[in-house]
Design a protein around this ligand. Sequence first.
Ligand SMILES: Cc1cc2nc3c(=O)[nH]c(=O)nc-3n(C[C@H](O)[C@H](O)[C@H](O)COP(=O)(O)OP(=O)(O)OC[C@H]3O[C@@H](n4cnc5c(N)ncnc54)[C@H](O)[C@@H]3O)c2cc1C
Length: 496
Amino acid sequence: MNSKIATTRRRFMTSILGAGALGLANPLSLLAASGSAISADKFSQLSQALDGTLIVPSTPAYEGARRTFSFNPKYNRYPALIAKCASESDVVRALGFARENDLPIAVKSGGHDVLSASTVDNGLVIDLQQLSKIDINNTTARVGPGVLAGQLDYSLGETGRALPLTCNPSVGVGGLTLGGGLGWFIGTQGAACDKLKSARLVTVDGQILTASSSENEDLFWAIRGGGGNFGIVTELEFDTFEKPELVAGVIAYDASLLKDFLSFYRDFMASAPDELTVEVIASGGQTPVIGAMVFYSGNERDAERVLTPLRSFGPPLADGIRKQDYGKVGAMAPSVNQFFAPANIDIAGEEKEPGLYWKGASVSSLSDPVIDNIAKAIDAGPEGWAFGLGHIMRGAVTRVEPGSTPLKRPLHSTTVHFDIGWSHKSQAADRMRWVDESTSALSVNPSEHDYINYMSSDNPDHIKAAYGDSFERLATIKRRYDPENLLSRNRNISPS
Ligand SMILES: Cc1cc2nc3c(=O)[nH]c(=O)nc-3n(C[C@H](O)[C@H](O)[C@H](O)COP(=O)(O)OP(=O)(O)OC[C@H]3O[C@@H](n4cnc5c(N)ncnc54)[C@H](O)[C@@H]3O)c2cc1C
């Protein structure tokens, strides 16, 4: 839908709802996107039935609640309703309401999907952010999908336990785990989905199922990498492990060394022990810099030895690597966010309207041609460009039995992302184009591995290729659990 129509429809909805249609005695009918008429009584019934709250465009909380954290302004969407679910029963009710009224559905946990799949114009968002319990009991953790990775890291750390989650504390545990979940412990513990012991799901027909290695095994297989295609997950149970000693922090180099640094990094990581994970963020912001974010699971003496080549790459601009406590290390990502800060400039006659945009992809390895393409993109980058290398498939994540989950794990494949910020709207279009062109220039072959949680494309051929040999099995399971494709706001596995 073009933005003008979306705006007109939004105004229409707002004017009616704001005029008191949700005073709920009002018999006005509202035209939903699908063309079906939904009476105010029906809204009232849903609103009263929910343990949580129903948010509509006239609710003061609407503006905040409708937003996602996808950092993708191309998908600024306006749902008709947001059901802030406070219980599993709420999920059943909201889903039933959407079905009865033919409303498109989006499911939101942490809201970080790069294509904003967790919201939908004129539909119903089933918002799980209030399903945020964390229950840690000996070696297991039962977690609501709305818990953020950083909160879970922190709570686990307090009890001496740990999980392989993400490198970014603000990502939702729900979407992260369903798509795989790659983070600091990738080399020693694998992916978040590898630690999933069981999950509770609401299927599109309103059933509540448990999926585990002994119950609904096909579903359990599918949700460990197949995304939110098969049901709405209301609880995740993980096997935790003992939190290790940790040496972590950022070492920074001058961004002019980027090309050499990337070659060095590839070779360094190829022989690094599984205990070491290093993410790279480079930025041409106020101080053009390469930040290597280091995470070593082990003691300081071993870390010293393992990190010697990295420290010898050149004189660092800063070295903040030190003994740290898992659970509090999430703070590393916010400190890196400063690299994304757009220059604080003034443009005459223009209000500031800051924004951010990113796109992710995977490359099968950090080959010389890939590095050349990255370097060319950076050379052409506008002020404030940023680029990151994230998760390298290596160590424990690659040692699971092939096909035992839908998450593909080819050795050495690496996630990459281009990012940009701006302070004024007039800067946005050019900067976003740079991200788009830089990502395309990587010439990622869709038949190569594409980590679904970083996949900035919803082209069905790309999705099929990203799942490779697992695709047909996923499609069969999709047909069984969601034959009408009601859960389609995701990297969609079509049942047809
Ligand atoms: C700043 C940033 C940093 C990131 N860092 C990492 C990283 O270090 N490692 C990594 O692996 N990934 C990372 N990602 C990618 C991230 O894992 C995915 O975007 C993930 O899908 C986000 O999950 P969410 O719950 O926050 O998002 P949402 O947008 O809420 O959900 C993502 C998708 O999953 C579906 N979904 C969510 N919850 C449920 C549920 N309970 N039941 C059914 N379907 C559901 C949604 O409908 C949507 O399709 C990052 C993303 C961003 C924006």
